[in-house]
Design a protein around this ligand. Sequence first.
Ligand code: HEC
Length: 206
Amino acid sequence: MKNHTIAFAVMAAIAAGCATAPTEDELAAKAHDVLKRSFEPRGQAGLDRLDQDSLQRMCSKYSGGNALPADVAERLQKEQMALIKYPASGKLIGDWKRGEKIAQSGRGGQFSDDPKKPSGANCYACHQLTKQEISYGTIGPSLYNFAKLRGYGPDIQKYAWNKVYNSHAYVACSSMPRFGYKGILTEEQMQDLVALLMDPASPVNH
Ligand code: HEC
């Protein structure tokens, strides 16, 4: 009889547990499952892009009208800064002509892209870089005259490298992709892009 009562109490507790509303985390996990089941990996589009890292989870939590607190932003930016790597050669600047082609290319990361081919950077989708370009996006600020306005010195070179490698080191929840940290671009491509921003001969600075 006693065992019966305990079993009943346990079942009642389980039933009560099931009846409570799912937590926000449980709902997010469910939504993630549905998303993962809705896609299949193809070409350069792997399903790993559906997995958020700790930074992205925080940025999702504080999106919309829910502003990111300043102390959290500062901590996240410090963590992102620590992820930035530099070329072993110490050389941050490559060839601006190649950089211009990479900045204009929107190839990469899509299911139709060959995984063996390098990605483009698509900088023009968000930034003006030169006077000549007739079509560019405006999500990011204009980078026209980037080094002419800021200077051509090593500190600005490093800032340009850092921003391309991991933009979130400066703006925790930036919409600019983390080209180096996420392995979207190679070291050489990033050197070429820094050259596009920094070389006095680059059309960015004319
Ligand atoms: C999806 C949009 C997007 C793309 C693509 C993008 N950026 Fe950005 N970028 C931004 C935004 C937005 C900012 C403003 C600050 C922030 O949120 O990080 C920014 C800021 C910058 C800055 C700092 C500007 C300053 O005045 O200090 C640099 C440099 C930069 N981007 C370079 C690049 C380069 C080079 C590329 C291509 C490799 C690129 N961006 C691709 C959105 C983008």
